[in-house]
Ligand binder design. Structure first.
Ligand SMILES: Cc1ncc(COP(=O)(O)O)c(C=O)c1O
Length: 410
């Protein structure tokens, strides 16, 4: 009897799902990586495909978890979260971003990671036929869930010509009329572009004018370098009237597997999010929320990551320039977004970003992540494993030598 396969909901048969494509892409890269390692078991793979910090959470955060995990009062369902976490999140918004107008009890709730919050929001707002505007490329979860609900996704390309900001001026009126959610993510994965106050003001004006709810995904907001200050969407006048902002502890505090984040902003949006969330999960373990409180009360912990990523970028960007890439040091995130070369002196022509990414894997034992839409780029992450600065220098030097050998043509 094989009836279960035929009973899977129709929505999963639609091959246009971004999540399916994304999963497919990551699975293919993972498979290609395994094949390369099988063929060349002694090769040193330089893995720049990883999208998470290379270090564990700070020992002081781990100590809080260890102590709190043992306390009987932390054992219960946490439901929509403990108020102390919301208070710490409000204080964090104030201390790090100067956002001083958020009511911790009505305008903040925790989530089991930013991904879970993003997955929940379409259920709060999207009816069949409603539109979610999302940047391309983007973290795909909000688009995927919009489609699950019979909604429609309209992509706003992030292209170099527009400095990787969406262009709101050419969205057709028929689309605007049906749009309910606008998803933005700055500092951006994968382009590494940062938001400016002017850009956020434009977003707020656009949202007010067209009555669209903004979902600002600020997962990478603390990871900035070279004097760039972290910027919150909620610091812009009028932002709270039109939107919410998501902050994650995954990248800021190296707490990726811990699953803790928060959403802040418009109280009506937070309230409906809370209703849906309460019907979906029973909250993150209180001991993790308490570790999160400790982390949020110690934002200085995030600077260690910034220093490490920044010095790695200094090495990487110089090496890439020497190889011939047209690339500048990112101002934030741990990603470098690299336009693909035309080909290599061997006669190889790169059809697209995936082709180039596989070529790098096979010919230079270097793992990257490709994007073809809207422009062919690969993403290199500076979260590769290296125990100290000396090893970082060695790995980047090795990468440069391997790339030079390929004799890429730009
Ligand atoms: C842009 C963006 N948003 C959200 C997430 C998910 O973060 P979290 O670990 O809090 O679910 C990621 C993770 O890679 C991301 O890159």
């Amino acid at each position: 009897m094989h009836f279960i396969h035929d009973m899977i909901a129709d929505r999963f048969r639609d091959h246009s799902f971004d999540i399916a494509k994304e999963d497919y892409k990551f699975i293919k890269i993972k498979k290609a990586k395994e094949d390369v390692l099988k063929k060349h078991p002694d090769a040193e793979l330089i893995d720049m495909g990883i999208g998470e910090p290379d270090l564990p959470a700070h020992s002081s955060i781990v100590e809080v978890l260890s102590a709190e995990a043992a306390k009987p009062e932390n054992r219960c369902y946490a439901d929509n979260g403990i108020p102390e976490f919301q208070e710490a999140a409000a204080k964090y918004l104030m201390d790090v971003y100067g956002v001083d107008h958020i009511d911790p009890y009505k305008e903040i709730l925790h989530g089991v990671g930013a991904k879970s919050i993003l997955a929940t929001l379409p259920l709060c707002f999207i009816n069949p036929g409603d539109i979610t505007l999302t940047t391309l490329p983007s973290y795909p979860i909000i688009a995927t869930h919009t489609k699950y609900l019979g909604g429609v996704v309209y992509g706003l390309p992030l292209i170099k010509e527009n400095d990787f900001y969406p262009d709101f001026s050419n969205i057709p009126n028929i689309i605007l009329y049906r749009s309910k959610l606008l998803y933005i993510n700055y500092p951006n994965n994968p382009t590494s572009q940062i938001a400016t106050k002017d850009f956020y003001k434009k977003v707020v004006d656009f949202a007010h004018k067209h009555k669209i709810i903004v979902v600002a995904d600020s997962t990478y907001a603390t990871t900035t370098f070279d004097g760039v200050a972290p910027l919150s969407f909620l610091s812009i006048d009028g932002a709270k009237e039109v939107g919410v902002e998501i902050h994650s502890l995954s990248k800021a505090f190296n707490m990726t597997g811990w699953r803790i984040a928060f959403i802040a902003g418009n109280p009506e949006a937070i309230s409906i999010y809370g209703t849906v969330k309460a019907n979906s999960d029973s909250g993150q373990f209180r001991a993790i929320q308490k570790s999160g409180i400790y982390a949020l009360n110690h934002p200085e912990i995030t600077t260690e990551n910034c220093i490490r990523y920044s010095r790695r970028f200094d090495l990487l960007i110089e090496a890439l320039k020497e190889v011939g890439f047209d690339v500048e040091k990112p101002k934030a995130t741990f990603y470098c977004y690299l336009p693909i070369p035309k080909g290599a002196k061997s006669g190889k022509v790169f059809k697209d970003a995936k082709d180039f990414s596989l070529y790098l894997l096979n010919e230079a034992f270097t793992c990257t992540v490709p994007w073809n839409t809207p422009e062919p780029y690969v993403r290199l992450s500076v979260t590769f494993e290296a125990k100290d600065y000396e090893e970082e220098k060695r790995i980047i030097h090795e990468l440069k030598e391997r790339l030079l050998k390929l004799q890429l043509i730009f």
